[in-house]
Ligand binder design. Sequence first.
Ligand code: SAM
Length: 212
Amino acid sequence: MTTGTDWQAWHRPYADENSALSRRLRLVREHIGRWLDDRPDERLTVVSACAGQGHDLIGVLAARDDAPRVRATLLEYDPGNVAAARAAAEEAGLAGVTVVRADAGRLVSYVGAVPADLVLMAGVFGNISDDDVRRTIRALPQLCAMNATVIWTRTRRAPDLTPAVRRWFREAGFVAEAFHAPDDVLFSVGVHRFVGPPRPLDEAGDLFTFIV
Ligand SMILES: C[S@@+](CC[C@H](N)C(=O)[O-])C[C@H]1O[C@@H](n2cnc3c(N)ncnc32)[C@H](O)[C@@H]1O
């Protein structure tokens, strides 16, 4: 299950704070921080699908005193990105962050990591088929604890799928909390909260296959 993309090189624009990717990252981090602030004193669980080098979650936790109350599992397939994320978590002293080399498109990879209070789907929906986006959203209640938050991203390159994405979230038991779609870039960042009943994990199930 590999694609032709160099997923380590994909991260390079993060080095430029003016890049669109860095702008997207700031929005994702802002919402992770807000989610932590909204749930003070709770022990919280995070799962990040296709976590890459973990810039979003690790970046936030590294700057917070309350990071020890978070247990996080980062699922990433590229070995170089797994190593980079592990090194970043270690450097930041984040003992509660585990980086697992696994196929995040298979539900079995989430055993032991869910139900999660925060599910990160950053850089996923733009790299899979529309059918897989829909399948993944429908399956999110298997990853979510009660009242969980999902932060997701998706390009708005035509044809813009984000109206359908937001509808699929509604149909799957989520309410919209935020949607950022800046005029001068194609990315979008969405935040949805799960208000439906969690569902047991179907370990034999599939979510998506990367096509990019
Ligand atoms: C677009 S990048 C997003 C990285 C990170 N979430 C971010 O926003 O910075 C997609 C990441 O997914 C990883 N990936 C691709 N297919 C995967 C799979 N089936 N399971 C886990 N990770 C995968 C790639 O190696 C890459 O690091």
